[in-house]
Design a binder for this molecule. Structure first.
Ligand SMILES: N[C@@H](CCC(=O)N[C@@H](CS)C(=O)NCC(=O)O)C(=O)O
Length: 224
């Protein structure tokens, strides 16, 4: 059975988890503390320390760079999901770069400021240390102070997606593609803390998000 090694509020893990749910395949979630990557390090034979990774029997799958999408492509090929059709090659690559920078860059901060509600007390010191080493001393307090501005920036970053959804069910066409799952993951991370709804201004995006939360490969095939 496929195993997803992850922690629950990671945007990249939320995207892969939704892809697995979408597929209908049986899979198991293995949660690790976000501050302890020992299992990932061991399974990847000291080649990778981020999450998510996938274990599928003897095969361990992980990313080779920020834009590789190795895991999604592996699941797509194995489970025949149609997430990377030839027609959208290139367009998807441009979009996922935007999604994983311009959307994720604001969304994760708006979840991270509530880290105390997700991270167990015993891991909080390591979590703060890990964040501050990456983003600078006091970053979590600073994001909390900038919360309103971050929300405005996120809303602005989502405008192109709202526009893309005005006349179709998914970002590119009538079926969910990789970028739908990618954007879903970033927004599921933003919503994880349950302190802010999706921007009211983006009505199409809000109903797309509802659709993305429950769509399955089976229903996609039936609709075509
Ligand atoms: N491009 C990778 C990014 C994965 C990633 O950045 N994961 C974060 C968790 S959300 C992580 O493990 N970061 C560890 C670190 O930055 O040290 C993907 O799409 O899976």
């Amino acid at each position: 059975m496929i195993e997803l090694i992850q922690f629950p509020w990671s945007p990249f893990c939320l995207a892969q988890k939704r892809i697995l749910e979408y597929s209908g395949a049986r899979f198991k979630v293995v949660n690790i503390p976000c501050t302890d990557r020992a299992l990932v390090w061991r399974l990847t034979r000291q080649r990778y320390h981020k999450v998510p990774i996938i274990r599928d029997g003897k095969t361990v799958v992980f990313e080779t760079n920020d834009d590789s999408q190795v895991i999604a492509k592996y699941l797509d090929t194995k489970l025949q999901l149609g997430l990377f059709p030839h027609t959208w090659e290139g367009v998807q690559a441009i979009l996922w770069r935007h999604i994983e920078k311009e959307v994720e860059g604001f969304a994760f901060k708006l979840n991270d400021i509530y880290f105390g509600e997700n991270v167990p007390a015993r891991n909080r010191l390591d979590y703060i240390r890990y964040k501050e080493r990456k983003f600078g001393a006091g970053c979590l307090q600073q994001w909390r102070q900038e919360q309103d501005h971050l929300l405005v920036q996120l809303t602005h970053g989502l405008v192109p997606y709202e526009q893309m959804l005005a006349d179709k069910s998914y970002l590119l066409d009538a079926s969910p593609r990789f970028v739908d799952f990618d954007l879903y993951g970033m927004l599921a991370n933003f919503l994880y803390a349950n302190h802010h709804p999706l921007p009211q201004a983006h009505a199409h995006l809000r109903s797309w998000y509802e659709r993305m939360s429950r769509v399955t490969l089976k229903t996609t095939r039936q609709a075509l």
